[in-house]
Design a protein around this ligand. Sequence first.
Ligand code: GDP
Ligand code: K
Ligand code: MG
Length: 271
Amino acid sequence: ASSLNVALAGNPNCGKTTLFNLVTGQNGYVGNWPGVTVEKKEARVRADHQITVTDLPGIYSLSPYSPEERVSRDYLMSGVPDAVVNIVDATNLERNLYLSLQIIETGLPTVIALNMGDLVERAGDRIDTKALSRRLGCPVIMISALKNKGVDELIAEARQAATQKARPSSPAFDTSIECVVSRIEQLLPASVAARERRYWAVKLFERDADALTRVHLSRDSAACIEQLVSDCERDCSDDAESIITSERYATIAHIIDDCLKRAPEKMSVSE
Ligand code: GDP
Ligand code: K
Ligand code: MG
């Protein structure tokens, strides 16, 4: 059987390397990604030899501003990974979800691993993984890489995602923004694959420089998109990149409200 490639992506210090070492037996190949001094590791999963996992550099966003972000995003969009496991530090759910939303937007089959489950439990916080899974449109598994809890289930979910190729369903932006994004999607050339169309439409909305070179737009489509985006900026009195950032934070606030119950003693007295 052919090999299944599963990328491990997440914020710095979310436990990626701990998980990588646990599932591979720490015999990972270490080398540099071509052209950048960022380390890449990949190795087979001990419990499921068909799966190869790749430990990507830790990042906070899929913007192309740092070498780490560029490496991670280029790899995710390269067509190589069959699925991505997004490792989330569950003790910092709100901050980590900013990247999760962008990973889901890539259209790659995604599994969210809520790591540091032992610390969440110890703090007495509750994360409703079923509600989170509904909100994010992909499987969510609570794990502890350090204590080897939930990891077998995670590997099974990753295998399923990689073989079934189910697309996560991105949480929607506000209707007015969603409307502009779908009009941009319609202007993309047919060469852009169905699963990637929303991702590139959002990137073009943000005037992402990489997107402008990677997506070969006709002159008319490019002008049309620029008109849509600048009209939207005028209506929102904000620049395109900030509009998308604000949409992501609004989505995260709703998700946190719905899915995270903090232990009583940790609730803010001002609330
Ligand atoms: P990376 O930067 O994402 O590769 O994160 P590391 O694997 O280097 O882990 C960062 C720190 O978190 C290390 O001190 C780990 O021991 C710790 N860590 C990782 N997973 C867990 C976990 O499930 N529970 C706890 N309590 N600590 C963890
Ligand atoms: K680290
Ligand atoms: Mg690491």
